[in-house]
Design a protein around this ligand. Sequence first.
Ligand SMILES: Nc1ncnc2c1ncn2[C@@H]1O[C@H](COP(=O)(O)OP(=O)(O)O)[C@@H](O)[C@H]1O
Ligand SMILES: [Mg+2]
Length: 234
Amino acid sequence: MSSGPLPRVLVVTGTDTDVGKTVVTAAVVATVLAAGLRVTAYKPTQTGVAPGEPGDMAEVERLTGAGTSEGVRLRAPMAPGPAAALEGTRLPTLAQHLELVTDLAAQHYVVVVEGAGGLLVELTEAGETLADLAGGLPDAAALVVARSALGTLNHTMLTREALSHRAIRQLGVVIGAWPDDPDVIETTNRRYLADLPEGLFGAVPLGAPRLDPTAFRAAAPTWLPGLAQRLGTP
Ligand SMILES: Nc1ncnc2c1ncn2[C@@H]1O[C@H](COP(=O)(O)OP(=O)(O)O)[C@@H](O)[C@H]1O
Ligand SMILES: [Mg+2]
């Protein structure tokens, strides 16, 4: 497991969309809250949600009770660039995201930033990605959320390589939904991920988002031992 102090900004990326980034974001927030520290979450671009509807940050708030914010919200369930074009909306610039996250980091012990889709999805009109957002912050590191099933190792290694290529610090991989009765592929995948240099940061059990929020908050530190240890969470 990678060592060193906890960064002020934790960037939650994933091998794909629908791999559990939002649930892992909530688990990270809950774990920091359990240590008695101030924490918030930020979604730079929320797509596929109409005004007034609950997006990813509403799910984080429901599960943790923490405050959150969004950079921009777009209705179309597609990449931010084309979704904004459909609405004739401008996307925030990288500088605007950086300023917002820097402000949040000044007011919280940890800011958790949830990407849209995978790492290299373009978040701005200039084509910058979550990797550029992480790379533009002085004290940020990435968590890579991965599936447990067949195919995850290639996608995880591609994401790790893209992060390394951009010199972004990696805290480790988190399995988004770990079953009670893993099959042999899942078991060997987990062992492989745990043996990576930065190690397995944690695994969220299958069914976690269906827990009631109190149970979710109580259990989250046990899912993310890599984080709980750094925070000294009991
Ligand atoms: N550990 C889990 N157990 C059961 N369902 C999960 C788990 N993690 C995520 N899900 C479900 O899978 C879907 C995608 O998860 P989500 O966290 O929204 O992924 P992403 O943010 O990567 O798109 C959601 O419906 C979510 O409730
Ligand atoms: Mg999400």
